[in-house]
Design a binder for this molecule. Structure first.
Ligand code: PMP
Length: 392
């Protein structure tokens, strides 16, 4: 009976969770994507969102979104394969494909859904997927959904990947997948070597450019930055971070996209994105094409902040991008540091297991291109003060 299940399992499990330091609540935030966020009514500088270029409030996106909304209404009404299609979606896909130097693209409801679509369409129980140990959860969930066997290699370790590929020589269908910029570490995959290994072992290569699109390679991602667009088979990403909108995409060869359109479960069995979101995404993409230098400017800003933090003795965990972790170790230390920074007017994320491995809790700053000189001064000052309270 459901009440006995509720009483026997749900109530005690919720109570046990409440007593741990990994318990989650939704923070009392309003205006969550803005440069300055309202936290319980107090204004804080927002160093915790993925709105890296501040595009979510850009007038061009708002205008395009409002226009699509007033022309087509609030919903797409069905999945793309039934009646949920719009000319806007097709234009967005055509422009995304070109932007990524690919033949075709498919837009999905989120970046999470994009990874589910990729693996449910391209992998099966006869496939082995080689995945960086720190790849995003949506990649792991996609692999689980596909029934493929997961083989995890040590973070960024191409020698380990090569060894594991060698052990699976008899397997015909192999896929190698990596985030390009890692969401909790801000470090970058060794893509040239990974592509070489993929070719040598006949493996399909899949990259998730969620945190690189809009930033690296004049906005086109790490593969483009390294001149590897044509060598990587499948390019996944999101429209919800630097593009300031919502949704995900997959770009690649025509036949790859054909399989996704037919078999990608999160694409086939889910209502299409609404017009307002498609309008904003297309405007964001056009903004990136017209302003290719914004990502590089953000990377320079990030380097200056990382240098400041390292100078203070903080460990930024190998980050080379706009995502800057500060190692804390224990959950309580991360939460305490977060609270101290909040008192300085700064909102940073305190990331804890299971999002990151046990014992590696950290602060995570995500910098954004719309920070002013004064904002950056506040960030430097806040961390200098944190240093004093931590190690007086
Ligand atoms: N891939 C990576 C690497 C991510 O970091 C995220 C979001 N945190 C996603 C996919 C999912 O994208 P979305 O938020 O658009 O669902």
């Amino acid at each position: 009976m459901s009440t006995s299940f509720f009483g026997k399992y749900i109530v005690p499990e919720a109570a046990a969770l409440r007593n741990t330091d990994s318990y989650r609540t939704i923070p009392p935030i309003d205006d969550g994507a803005a440069r300055e966020i309202l936290y319980g009514g107090t204004r804080l500088l927002n160093l915790a969102s993925n709105n890296y270029l501040g595009l979510s409030a850009h007038p061009d996106l708002i205008e395009a979104s409002a226009k699509a909304l007033s022309r087509h209404g609030c919903s797409s009404g069905a999945s793309r394969l039934v009646t949920g299609n719009f000319a806007l979606a097709e234009t967005l896909e055509a422009e995304l494909a070109t932007f990524k130097y690919q033949e075709a693209a498919l837009v999905t409801g989120s970046g999470y859904a994009a990874n589910l679509a990729v693996f449910s369409a391209l992998a099966d129980r006869h496939t082995v997927v080689f995945s960086d140990r720190l790849n995003h959860a949506s990649i792991l969930d996609g692999i689980a959904l596909s029934g493929a066997r997961l083989v995890r290699y040590r973070h960024l370790d191409m020698e380990h990947l090569e060894q594991l590929l060698g052990r699976e020589r008899q397997v015909a269908k192999k896929i190698i997948v990596t985030d390009t910029v890692f969401s909790m570490d801000g470090d970058v995959a060794p893509l040239a070597r990974l592509v070489e290994l993929g070719k040598a072992h006949g493996a399909l290569t899949v990259v998730d450019e969620a945190h690189a699109t809009g930033i690296l390679g004049r906005g086109r991602g790490l593969a483009a930055a390294l001149g590897l667009s044509e060598d990587v088979d499948v390019h996944v990403g999101t429209l919800s971070k630097a593009l300031g909108s919502q949704g995900g995409y997959v770009a690649g060869r025509l036949e790859t996209i054909e399989l996704l359109r037919n078999r990608g479960r999160s694409f086939v069995f889910s209502t299409a994105l609404p017009p307002a979101v498609l309008g904003a995404s297309l405007a964001a993409l056009r903004h990136l094409k017209a302003n290719p230098g914004e990502g590089a400017r953000l990377m320079r800003m990030a380097k200056a902040i990382r240098d400041h933090l390292s100078g203070l003795g903080f460990d930024t965990m190998g980050s080379t991008t706009q995502i800057i972790p500060v190692a804390c170790g224990r959950n309580r230390v991360a939460l305490h540091a977060q609270a101290l920074l909040r008192a300085e007017g700064l909102l940073v994320a305190a990331v804890r297991p299971p999002t990151v491995p046990q014992g590696t809790a950290r602060l995570r700053l995500s910098l954004r291109a719309d920070l002013t000189e004064d904002d950056l001064r506040r960030v430097r000052l806040g961390f200098s003060r944190l240093r004093v309270s931590f190690f007086p």
